[in-house]
Design a protein around this ligand. Structure first.
Ligand SMILES: [Zn+2]
Length: 249
């Protein structure tokens, strides 16, 4: 039974991963997420059903479009595979619990944000809103109203805190220091972790972001750092640490 659930979750993960990679491309390019059906971004040719099977199609087509031979980004394959793997690992680690459902939401938000923020420097409001609503629904099933109010208050506090940091950063650096999406993403961070862990996760994210930007500067590459993925990775790290009762501050 457990193995069957794991297989089902892996399949769900690769299908959703395929969908996330697709909307991660569509939302920033202002293409509807429902219509048209999948197409090649190079030659715009609509894909047949067998060119659209997660993991399998990429291998079958040898990573190339069947019409124009343009290389298909390995990103699609990896997003599918990793979503499948992480969905399964979440179940093995948390079993059917509050943490399991929260981790599915965080993995999903991270996957889409990696695609949109890394490629287009864009974090979708829709992704943040849907993640927040999904998390609130999960909370309604697992925790009491008092705690839900605490997490909502934490979400708003983290949002205002980040807004303050952005305001000061913009004045000091005389340019946009943080994107609006990063500020809004704090709603999800606060809602997931509460205030104390939320602030700790912000420290983890900033450290990771800083290391990444030093590497980029050393390589003389572009200086805009997509911070969204780091915010979510920091949140997931803090989520795991607090689940295991590990305090780092
Ligand atoms: Zn093509």
């Amino acid at each position: 039974m457990e193995i069957l659930i794991c297989i089902m979750l892996f399949l769900l993960g690769i299908c959703l991963g395929s969908f996330y990679a697709c909307i991660g491309y569509r939302i920033p390019n202002k293409i509807s997420t429902i219509k048209p059906n999948s197409f090649c971004p190079n030659c715009n040719e609509p894909l047949k059903w067998y060119m659209n099977i997660p993991l399998f199609s990429y291998i079958y087509l040898k990573g190339k479009c069947a019409y124009c031979n343009e290389k298909i980004s390995i990103f699609y394959f990896l997003t599918e595979l990793l979503t499948g793997i992480f969905f399964t690992l979440s179940y093995i680690y948390f079993s059917l619990s509050l943490e399991f459902f929260i981790s599915l939401i965080l993995i999903s938000a991270l996957n889409i944000t990696i695609v949109t923020d890394l490629r287009y420097y864009y974090i979708s409001d829709r992704v943040i809103i849907i993640s927040i609503i999904a998390e609130l629904i999960v909370y309604l099933f697992y925790i009491n109203y008092k705690d839900i109010i605490y997490f909502i208050a934490s979400a708003l506090t983290m949002f205002l805190l980040m807004l303050g940091i952005k305001y000061i950063g913009d004045k000091v650096f005389k340019r946009e220091s943080l994107g609006g999406g990063d500020v809004k993403l704090m709603l999800l961070v606060g809602l997931t972790l509460g205030i104390i862990d939320g602030i700790t996760s912000l420290l983890i994210s900033s450290t990771l972001g800083l290391i990444f930007s030093i590497i980029l500067i050393k390589k003389n590459e572009e200086k805009i750092i997509p911070f969204g993925p780091f915010l979510l990775i920091g949140t997931i790290i803090m989520f795991l640490l607090s689940y295991n009762g590990i305090n780092i501050v």
